[in-house]
Design a protein around this ligand. Structure first.
Ligand SMILES: NC(=O)c1ccc[n+]([C@@H]2O[C@H](COP(=O)([O-])OP(=O)(O)OC[C@H]3O[C@@H](n4cnc5c(N)ncnc54)[C@H](O)[C@@H]3O)[C@@H](O)[C@H]2O)c1
Ligand SMILES: O=C(O)C(=O)C[C@@H](O)[C@H](O)[C@H](O)COP(=O)(O)O
Ligand SMILES: [Zn+2]
Length: 355
């Protein structure tokens, strides 16, 4: 097992990465307090809820809520259902939420923890690759609005993150690949050595070869922990973690959160952002092709769908949280491994949306 500490203004917490962790009572016991609410979704609960039984059997006051699975359920209504369960549990300020699932469960459970009684503990137990390398770490929580991704939310750091790599065995191919998009993101924005490693081990990663997978998760969490420690509330460099997301979020919203996995939309968005970076002369020619080739080798689609409407996408991008003074701000690449936040005129953005 590897442990990466995430430092933030209010203290620090461990991210445990290893095998067999869900069943290890000693780890959970270290971080549990008060009454306990387990939040999960139908797919994950079927596979993994039982693994928490040894720990939960010793807790007197506990409840669980099993939500329907999928991005379309990352809503205010689901968040409200979690709050209702906390009230039923008679949870007090010392209660703990256990978020067992992918990024959707983690973001909603985290937001419920941030808002119930103005803040209770959450322990993230991510079960998708995407949640292990990204969503469970760093304290961004929230839900979608029909007009915009993650428009409602809060920063609320977990008390611990327990990433059990064994859970990835039941993840279907599509969700596994979606997680790889966020892995590639770290290489593209800040870690050229990791990008080169990903290029070298792409086939092994696509095939879930264990040593490649452990290294990919570890390097991703390390990168994310460094960024969060430097800029917890996204005043500066944390925005780089949004590479590809302004396009990707618009695409998710445009398709009513029903067609794309988040990572799939981000893969398309990263290639668009890289193409725009090249169009604007900010990065060497060929940069976007390098990125696109790697994503494709990892099994990810990199092109906008035929029915994408550039003007609607552009309009959705106007509601992005990074925008200031009515200007759309994007993360552009200066090179592989180097990125910056850049205000972009709508006409330039349209150039890559119409191609
Ligand atoms: N807070 C953050 O910093 C952050 C970072 C990245 C993404 N996100 C958010 O995360 C969400 C995407 O997360 P995701 O890709 O994990 O999607 P998800 O949570 O919808 O999970 C994908 C699918 O996999 C299933 N699943 C989960 N674990 C499984 C397992 N071990 N075995 C079998 N099936 C399993 C789920 O039921 C679901 O159907 C998006 O809403 C995105 O905005 C948040
Ligand atoms: O942790 C961050 O910061 C990120 O931006 C990580 C992203 O991968 C993630 O999708 C996040 O939820 C996006 O946040 P948002 O602020 O753009 O909604
Ligand atoms: Zn993301």
């Amino acid at each position: 097992m590897k442990v990466i500490q995430v430092r933030h203004a209010g203290g620090e917490y461990p991210v445990y990465v290893g095998q067999g962790l869900l069943g290890m009572t000693s780890i959970l016991d270290r971080h549990l307090e008060g009454r306990v609410l387990v939040v999960s979704d139908q797919n994950v609960a079927k596979h993994y809820l039982d693994r928490l039984r040894p720990t939960l059997s010793r807790i007197q006051h506990k409840r669980k809520i099993i939500l329907p699975a999928g991005e379309e359920y990352k809503t205010v209504a689901s968040w409200q259902r979690i709050l209702d369960e906390l009230v039923e549990l008679k949870a007090q300020r010392d209660a703990t939420i256990l978020a067992l699932g992918g990024g959707v469960v983690g973001d909603m459970a985290g937001f419920a923890a941030a808002s119930y009684m103005r803040g209770i503990r959450v322990i993230q137990m991510p079960t998708t690759l995407l949640a292990q390398v990204d969503a469970a770490v760093g304290g961004k929580t929230g839900v979608n609005h029909p007009q915009g991704k993650n428009l409602i939310g809060a920063f609320h750091q977990p008390a611990a993150v327990i990433a059990d790599l064994d859970t990835l065995q039941t993840l279907d191919e599509r969700d596994y690949r979606a997680g790889l998009a966020e892995v590639v993101k770290y290489g593209a924005i800040r870690d050229p050595g990791f990008f080169a490693w990903l290029d070298a081990r792409a086939d092994a990663l696509a095939a879930r070869v264990p040593d490649a997978l452990v290294e990919a998760v570890y390097q991703s969490v390390r990168n994310k922990a460094e960024v969060v420690a430097a800029d917890e509330k996204e005043a500066g460099q944390r925005a780089l973690l949004n590479f590809g997301h302004t396009f990707g979020h618009a695409l998710e919203t445009f398709t009513a959160y029903q067609r794309y996995r988040h990572g799939e939309a981000v893969a398309i968005g990263m290639v668009l952002a890289a193409r725009l970076s090249e169009f604007l002369g900010r990065c060497p020619t060929g940069t976007s092709d390098r990125l696109e080739r790697l994503l494709q080798r990892l099994g990810l689609d990199t092109r906008l769908p035929a029915d994408a409407d550039p003007d609607r996408l552009l309009n959705l991008m106007r509601l992005d949280k990074k925008n200031r003074a009515d200007q759309i701000r994007l993360i552009l690449l200066d090179d592989i491994g180097q990125a910056s936040v850049t205000p972009c005129p709508a006409d330039d953005i349209r150039e890559v949306l119409v191609k």
